[in-house]
Design a binder for this molecule. Structure first.
Ligand code: IPM
Ligand code: SF4
Length: 472
């Protein structure tokens, strides 16, 4: 019978379970970080268990790590305690840790692919929702809760209800100018299907539009599948995927044999069916800016802040949500997005802090200056991204323009470390969530692509980068 990519991986990893009930899945790779692992290790310790497969488990420190001077004590006591616990747990249980001072430290979803630990056809879990990022490689990669982290540590398996399947087709190509990015594609998708559009499903992105997207762009899309409510997002691997991983440090020795296998079967069979389908012409997508407090509350940069009535489509819950969002964001309906001024700019996070993202942002910044009154920071997704960017001189481009160039980590994607917005500050951010208080209590987040964030830093307000792009 014709099967989807997801079903093939699901079937090949199912160890037990009855039809209609949850399945016990074998896990090929378990990634852990400091926030969701301490209790899991405590549970293991209390039960007198060991980590079953330390060789398939890898840890890093990302959420709570300061991105400035790391030799100084971490000013955030709770984060400092979590980091210490992870260090001790990794020592005690024999788990490899890319710690604060490691040359391989970085955001967990950035380092997996970079080190070649993310493989097509694999099951990959982490106690973190954005594990879906790694679905860009044709892996079934999803976030799990802390009790499941303990279960995976102890058994290398996890129980899971079989999710539904959702195909999102991209047709056409992005404009050659590079002013529109995969961030704009995924924000457009979420704007259309809603933050609950993918609830309980695995999204497979397909269609002719995928081939032209770089691995970095694909990761941005899979990363934000979670913001559409999905359990995971994935894409069938192609030659670009295999080339990206070739030569990376942790790929298996028989990599080329595996590539042959993947080429032969790791895709959705013709005629396989999905529970839901949605198609987007990506050539028609404009640069996006979120105006509200969830990623669905987004419009074209050429658009205006909507009225709550327009946004609600007659739904009372949405009406109330939009009213509250506009109040929190301090925005008046009818305001052109290009008149919205920003105080801060954050280029970072597992959505958009890989090398290509920083290259794209630097093209906009080169030879220009950040607007006075805007504090802009660039936070590479990993130490490797940072080193590679520095080799290319990107750090100088940013610092010459008045941007801060920092150490890698989650940083201002969420307020769990010293990088936070002050109450009332407005930020153009390349991250994935714009919830109330996400970047600091009272902070106002607008989600954008790296090139849009860079342009906002320079102009002090949102701009249609398609107009500036000719000058780049
Ligand atoms: C801290 C962690 C559990 C959380 C997640 O699961 O996504 C975080 O990474 C986030 O982005 O909000
Ligand atoms: S960068 Fe943001 S979204 Fe990604 S793992 Fe860290 S906190 Fe979560």
């Amino acid at each position: 019978m014709a099967r989807t990519l997801f079903e093939k991986i699901w079937d090949s990893h199912t160890i037990a379970g009855e039809k209609g009930g949850p399945s016990l899945l074998y896990i090929d790779r378990h990634m852990i970080h400091e926030v969701t692992s301490p209790q899991a290790f405590d549970g293991l310790r209390a039960a007198g268990r060991r980590v079953r497969r330390p060789d398939l488990t890898v840890a890093t420190i990302d959420h709570g790590v300061p991105t400035s001077d790391r030799s100084a004590p971490n000013p955030d006591k709770a984060s400092a305690a979590q980091i210490r616990a992870l260090e001790e747990n990794c020592r005690e249980f024999g788990v490899r840790l890319f710690g604060t001072d490691s040359p391989d430290q970085g955001i967990v979803h950035v380092i997996g692919p970079q080190l070649g630990m993310t493989l097509p056809g694999a099951t990959i879990v982490c106690g973190d929702s954005h594990t879906s990022t790694q679905g860009a490689f044709g892996a079934l990669a999803f976030g799990i809760g802390t009790s499941d982290v303990e279960h995976v540590l102890a058994s290398q398996t996890v129980w899971m209800e079989k999710p539904g399947s959702f195909e999102i087709r991209f047709e056409g190509e992005l404009p050659e100018s590079r002013a529109v990015t995969s961030k704009d594609i995924i924000l457009s998708v979420i704007r259309e299907i809603g933050t609950a559009g993918g609830t309980g499903m695995i999204i497979e992105y397909r269609g002719s539009g995928i081939a032209g997207l770089s691995m970095e762009q694909r990761m941005t899309i899979c990363n934000m599948s979670i913001e559409a409510g999905a359990r995971a997002g994935m894409m069938a691997p192609d030659e670009r995927t295999f080339e990206y991983l070739r030569g990376r440090r942790h790929i298996p020795e028989n990599y080329e044999e595996l590539v042959e296998e993947w080429r032969g079967g790791l895709f959705t069979d013709p005629g396989a069916s999905f529970d839901r389908s949605y198609t987007l012409d990506i050539s028609a997508v404009a640069p996006q800016v979120s105006w509200g407090t969830n990623p669905e509350m987004t419009c074209d940069v050429t658009g205006e802040v909507p009225t709550p009535e327009e946004y609600s489509g007659g739904d009372p819950g949405r009406l109330q949500g939009a009213r509250r969002a506009l109040e929190y964001m301090d925005l008046e309906p009818g305001t052109p997005m290009t008149e919205v001024k920003v105080d801060r700019v954050f280029i970072g996070s597992c959505t958009n802090a890989r090398l290509e993202d920083l290259i794209e942002a630097s093209r906009m910044v080169k030879g220009r200056k950040a607007s006075s009154g805007v504090r802009a920071m660039v936070v590479p997704g990993s130490q490797e991204v940072k080193r590679d960017a520095e080799k290319m001189g990107l750090d100088r481009i940013f610092t010459d323009a008045g941007f801060e160039w920092r150490e890698s980590g989650c940083s201002m994607c969420l307020g769990m470390n010293p990088d936070v917005l002050a109450g009332g500050e407005r930020c153009a951010s390349t991250s994935n969530r714009n919830f109330e208080g996400r970047q600091g209590a009272g902070g106002r987040t607008h989600l954008v692509s790296p090139v849009m964030a860079a342009a906002a830093a320079i102009e002090g307000r949102f701009v249609d980068v398609r107009e500036l792009d000719a000058a780049v």
